[in-house]
Ligand binder design. Structure first.
Ligand SMILES: Nc1ncnc2c1ncn2[C@@H]1O[C@H](COP(=O)(O)OP(=O)(O)OP(=O)(O)O)[C@@H](O)[C@H]1O
Ligand SMILES: [Mg+2]
Length: 252
């Protein structure tokens, strides 16, 4: 298995009341696994715990209980042994790219940090082409790009070290509809050509089912249902059905 999440819990202290020690249970016993090469979607309404779960998987936070294994190893150990092999694209592309870096340095960041030092310039140029940008963009700064262009830059950086596992957390959500579909197309093509395992987190169920083999529904920090994208009509859970129907109504 590429990724195994086993009975994971995390809670945060509720802020605002310093006398009561109330806890907010954000992830409540989540278990799932993803095979190598699989592309899995995670959907759920705002606040259901999607980003928290992605931070746990990325090793940015530690679970209170349970375990997260990547290729059979505990996540922080795996990361140490596989530098740059798990990467992430966030929704907020503007704060994801260092404003003082030129585009070529943003894209080359992981290569400089983890990779061989020679050949970085060529590698960066091929990444720029791979994500459908003109080479002339290399010497520009992030604020000189459109949102869609900057998100392509973030994607180029994320795939620079040939990650085994790529997490996309609302990576298309801040873009306008036509740019969203272009970026979806890019991710779709990269998925086919790069043999990555992908966890695709999104509000947009339609985007998820277009891209992913399987969809997991998260509600109040629990996976309430999982279904193959080809079997969406078999969804049993009421909440998951509601998410599905909201898409259908939107299209009608
Ligand atoms: N570090 C933290 N401290 C306290 N509460 C937190 C923290 N991180 C997340 N939360 C809370 O956990 C809950 C889940 O947040 P999370 O960001 O995981 O949701 P989400 O599903 O990603 O939502 P969205 O779709 O809006 O991105 C929210 O109620 C949030 O306020
Ligand atoms: Mg989120």
């Amino acid at each position: 298995m590429m990724l195994e999440v086993k009975n994971v819990y995390i809670s945060y202290k509720k802020t605002g009341n310093r006398f009561k020690k109330e806890k907010l249970n954000v992830i409540n016993g989540v278990s799932f696994s993803i095979r190598a090469g699989e592309c899995v979607g995670l959907v759920g309404e705002s606040g259901s715990g999607k980003s928290t779960l992605s931070r746990l998987i990325l090793g940015i936070e530690k679970a209170d209980q349970g375990s997260i294994l990547i290729e059979g190893k505990e996540v922080s150990n795996w990361i140490k042994a596989n530098k740059g092999q798990m990467s992430v694209v966030f929704q907020d592309y503007t704060s994801s790219a260092n404003p003082r870096y030129k585009v070529s340095d943003v894209i080359g960041e992981l290569l400089h940090a983890f990779g061989k030092k020679e050949g970085i310039k060529d590698k960066v140029e091929s990444l720029i082409e791979k994500v459908g940008l003109p080479l002339s963009i290399a010497s520009r700064y992030p604020h000189e790009l459109s949102g869609g262009q900057l998100q392509r830059v973030c994607i180029a950086r994320a795939i620079s070290a040939n990650p085994k596992l790529l997490v996309l957390d609302e990576a298309i959500s801040s873009l306008d509809v036509s740019t969203q579909s272009q970026i979806m197309e890019l991710i779709y093509n990269l998925k086919d050509s790069m043999n990555m395992t992908i966890l695709f987190i999104a509000h947009d169920l339609q985007a998820v089912t277009h891209l992913c083999d399987r969809v997991m529904f998260l509600q109040n920090g629990q996976i309430i249902e999982q279904v193959a994208s080809s079997n969406l009509s078999e969804v049993q859970n009421e909440y998951a059905q509601r998410l599905l129907h909201s898409v259908i109504q939107f299209n009608a």
